[in-house]
Design a protein around this ligand. Sequence first.
Ligand code: 9MR
Length: 376
Amino acid sequence: MVAASVTALSMSGQEATTLREKFKDHFFIGTAFGRHLHWEQGQPTLKLIDRHFNTISPTNELKWQPFQPKPDVYNHGPADAFVDFGKKNTMYVVGHVLFWHSQTPEWVFQDDDGNPLSREALLQRMRERVHFVAERYGSRINAWDVVNESIMGNGELRDSQWTRIIGDDFIEQAFRIADEELPKAVELIYNDYSMTGKRKRDGVVKLTVELKRKGLRIDGVGMQGHWSVNGPSIRDIEASIVAFSEAGVDVHITELDIDVLPRHPKMWSGNADTKLNLQQDPRLNPYRNGLPDAIQKKLAARYASIFGLLIKHSDKIKRVTFWGPTDKHSWLNGWPIKGRTNYPLLFDREGQTKPAFHAVMQLPTNSNSQKKDNSK
Ligand code: 9MR
């Protein structure tokens, strides 16, 4: 918990007023956003992003399906606009994502007759994708999520078309291709959700250590922070940050949002199916007309304790990225039940700062001796 009297002072002695100023000696701070922000009248949300953040991730624009829906159709315009925005504003630009079991078109796994591809042909297709983005964006994209969500909660490899065609060395092959095709300056990341469970943590540590033992490059592990006001515990989050760092990689908190709504038992169990569309139920959407003060405070306290931990371990953490700029843009309004009103971020639906924002800004930041320069 934060003492309300603590003032946020930056290194220059000035009171920090933006997130990126506040954390400039600790980690990059960022958000994900989609193409529709470019179409907003006057682009207020893009202005908010430029003011507060110094790293960005695209919610969908670089995923295989939207980026290359057919073998000879590349919709790279929205991704180009995303990268241009990041570079114009001197940001650390993240490529999300090269290889995932979701949002990958069926044709990727099939030959011209619709038969499953051979291992060699699929590896070649993966290489062509990486080659294309390497040619197009080079090191203007500073880091890539090479593989997303391929380790299960029990620490085992996820069964997918990737593993069925390529085999158990799918992740290894993906990192090999990424290393060979992308410029050396581009950081290579493994990214996943529910990274605070012991078996998953151990599985990802094992993966990281094995890749390194085989001489492959992995620079970071991304812990998606799709957490809630009730969990996971700070102790479990801390154990994972420390474990990944000890495995020899930077920790990236990649998809942070704090769910305040009641969770349906099907939501986060099993494989977190992004196509889930559960029935609407008013009991699961209690804050349609605004967030009660008590919950607002609970959210602020939760954010304060999470950021307190992130500051404590900032020597291990390269980046903290929210999954969306404001509550209006959060995917949690639409998943796993459409049409809910959620409040998971630091900026409200009008782009105004919330009590959670101020709780984070009031945290003392001078506790960590290892200083970095993450100013823009
Ligand atoms: O935010 C993304 C949303 O717009 C898409 O509909 C969804 C489809 O799968 O993907 C969302 O982003 C996901 C991210 O790429 C990987 N981790 C989970 C995120 C939330 O589903």
